[in-house]
Each structure stands twice: as structure tokens, then as C-alpha cells.
Design a protein around this ligand. Structure first.
Ligand code: FNR
Length: 351
């Protein structure tokens, strides 16, 4: 199977398998405040992640490119949406364009469509600093994502089986590029151990890419006859992973994995994420309903987030990160067993 065919398979099966809502956000509840003492018009959504200034905490996470015309069109449309809504956007892994220059245009289109927006390049941890510099230059990127996808590789019959020295390579990339480096998972979440190690090698941010949304074990199992079903339920749910990573990391945490609603996004930000990445959900709206529906959905997410923040008395994302909330059920059990005291969330306040 060609690389381009595989890219299209991923998109097809991602849409088919969908978002599972196993993110653990149902275990998180905001504490209602009857006197928020602010107006909807007071709420501001802009956010800073290290050197990156974002006008919204929502961003379009890495998905595509490198699969010829179909992925060119998707990246073009995603970049148009990102430009109109002022969202940052990551492209899918650019390794295919490093191996085959004729695929470069499927990525370069995002900068053409969004000349002054925040764009994020993407490569796997097998990349060298030279690969990273080419990927950044290809789209005039403001940051680089390095993805970790061990479970996806292990599930694929043709996937990698060698994972040693990834941390050294990440460190070399951090030193070798001029833009901030974000290390991300692809839907299996990051533990506090991983977050602690990553923040010690100079990465600028960690995107926990949690479990509960797009599931690459399920996608790869659907693509092949030899199935590793034991990985279908493997991973750290997004809400839990945000808590684990923000507990252990000294760099900003980005939340992603299974976001489909404003309330889950608000909970993710309140648990400690500085931004919220949407991938499969946005792709499904774009492919099934078209670009106008995706514009409309992003407007509603912004509007609803402002309403939720008003109810909590949060005029900024920094305020939202101090809103008291209750952690219950399996998530409370998990965090307690992992030595993370959930009273940190339930006994704090914005004022
Ligand atoms: C992805 N994702 C991804 N991530 C990455 O770092 N490089 C990549 O090339 C891709 N490719 C890709 C293709 C498709 C079709 C999808 C749906 C996703 C993973 C993505 O960025 C995100 O981490 C996960 O999808 C989890 O988020 P959602 O989809 O649950 O919002």
C-alpha cells in the first residue's frame, strides 16, 4: 500500500470509528457560582503558550498532508477555517514530503491560505534536526510538533518496533530548530512520568493527546487482518492525563483527545490545559457537512465557552484555570492512587 493510500485509510477509518467520549470529563463538575460578578462582554479568550500568542484556546490539531490532491484540499480548507477564526493549526506528519518532494504542495498550501496565522509543523520522533528544519521551513511554521505514537506503531503489522533513543532525538531537535517544540501524543495520553522527562529536555509545551477520542489502535486494527485488540482500550483518558501532566510538568500543557463540546474544553482548560486541540471531530464536520458547518461549529464553541466562563466568573483562561471543580468516580480514584490530591481543584477559587 502506498503512503498516500495509507493517509486516506486513516482519514476514512477515523471518521468511521469516531469519537468515543471515553475522555473521563464526565467525572469532572464545575462548582456553580451564583454571584460571578462579570458580564459576557468582559470575557477574553486569548491565550499565551510560551512565545506563542493565540487569539483562542482552540486549535486544529495535526491530521493530514502527504496524500496527494485529497489531502491538499483538506489542508487548504482547514487553513481557510483557521485563518477566518484566528485559530492555530498543525499539519499532519511531513515525513511523506521529506521522502517525496512532490507531496510538499499538500502542506505548503496552509501558509498560502493563512499568510499571517500560527502554523505548526509536525514530524515523528524518528526525525533528525535536519528533517525538523526542513519541515519548519516548508510551511513557515511558528512551532514544531513532534509526535509520539508507540501504540499505533505496535498495532500496525508494518509499524516500527524500535523506540530507543527517542528522547535523545527530541533533545537534538529542540536544540536544532529556532521555533518552540511541542511534543504530542496521538490519543493514548501522557503520564506524569513522561511529562516530567519531556519537560526536562527543553521542550516548550506538551500536548497530552489523551484517550477517549480518535483511537489509532482501533483504526490500525480495522486496516489489517492481524489484530492487536488488546490495544483498543489502552491509554490515559484525556481529563486524567491533563491532571497527571500538569502535576509533573514545568512547561505548559496542551489538552487534546476527544474534544467535541465546549463544556469538555472548559473542563480541560480548568484542569490545567493552556489550549485545546480538536482533530477528528473537526475533520468529520468538514468532510460530512462542509466548510460552512465547520465555521459555524467553531463560532458556537467560542460563544459557549464565553457563557461557561461567565457563569464561573472567569474573565480569562488564567481565571478559568483557578475555577473550583469536583473530581469524582474513576478519575478521583485514579488520581488519588497516583498521589495527586484532587482537593487542589475542589478547594481553590478565582478570587
Ligand atoms: C491524526 N493525528 C495525527 N497526529 C500527528 O501528530 N501527526 C499526524 O500525522 C496525525 N495524523 C492524523 C490523521 C487523522 C485522520 C486523525 C483523525 C488524527 C492525531 C491527532 O492530532 C490527535 O492527536 C488525535 O486524533 C486525538 O485527537 P482527537 O481526534 O480525538 O480530537
Amino acid at each position: 500500500m502506498s503512503r498516500a493510500e495509507r493517509k486516506w485509510d486513516h482519514i476514512r477509518f477515523a471518521l468511521e470509528t469516531g469519537q468515543k467520549r471515553a475522555t473521563a470529563f464526565d467525572d469532572i463538575q464545575f462548582i456553580h457560582q451564583s454571584l460571578p460578578n462579570i458580564n459576557v462582554s468582559d470575557v477574553r479568550l486569548h491565550q499565551k503558550i510560551g512565545e506563542l500568542s493565540l487569539s483562542s484556546p482552540i486549535f486544529i490539531n495535526a491530521m493530514t498532508g502527504g496524500g496527494g490532491e485529497k489531502t491538499y484540499t483538506l489542508n487548504k480548507q482547514l487553513a481557510q477555517v483557521a485563518s477566518a477564526a484566528g485559530l492555530a493549526m498543525a499539519v499532519g506528519s511531513q515525513m511523506s514530503a521529506l521522502k517525496d518532494k512532490s507531496e510538499r504542495y499538500t502542506y505548503e498550501v496552509v501558509r498560502k491560505e493563512n499568510p499571517s496565522g500560527i502554523l505548526i509543523a509536525n514530524l515523528g520522533s524518528e526525525a533528525s534536526p535536519e528533517h525538523a528544519r526542513i519541515a519548519v521551513e516548508m510551511i513557515g511554521a511558528n512551532a514544531l510538533q513532534v509526535h509520539l505514537n508507540v501504540i499505533q506503531e505496535l498495532t500496525m503489522p508494518e509499524g516500527d518496533r524500535e523506540f530507543s533513543n527517542a528522547l535523545n532525538r527530541i533533545e537534538a531537535i529542540v536544540k536544532g530548530v529556532s521555533v518552540p517544540v511541542i511534543v504530542k501524543e496521538v490519543g493514548f495520553g501522557m503520564s506524569k512520568e513522561t511529562a516530567e522527562i519531556l519537560s526536562s529536555v527543553g521542550v516548550s509545551a506538551i500536548d497530552i493527546g489523551g484517550f477517549g477520542g480518535t483511537n489509532f489502535a482501533e483504526i490500525e486494527n480495522k486496516r489489517s487482518d492481524k489484530s492487536n485488540f488488546f490495544f483498543n482500550q489502552w491509554g490515559i483518558p484525556t481529563a486524567i492525563s491533563i491532571c497527571e501532566a500538569s502535576y509533573a510538568s514545568s512547561v505548559p500543557i496542551i489538552g487534546s483527545g476527544g474534544f467535541t463540546t465546549s463544556i469538555d474544553m472548559a473542563k480541560g482548560l480548568a484542569l490545567g490545559a493552556s489550549a485545546a486541540g480538536f482533530a477528528g471531530y473537526f475533520l468529520k464536520i468538514l468532510i460530512d457537512e462542509g466548510i460552512d458547518s465547520l465555521h459555524a461549529e467553531i463560532s458556537s464553541l467560542h460563544h459557549e465557552l464565553k457563557m461557561i466562563m461567565t457563569a464561573l466568573g472567569a474573565i480569562s483562561i488564567q481565571d478559568l484555570q483557578k475555577a473550583p471543580l469536583m473530581v469524582s468516580g474513576q478519575t478521583h480514584h485514579w488520581l488519588t492512587q497516583r498521589g495527586i490530591d484532587t482537593k487542589v481543584y475542589s478547594q481553590r477559587s478565582i478570587k
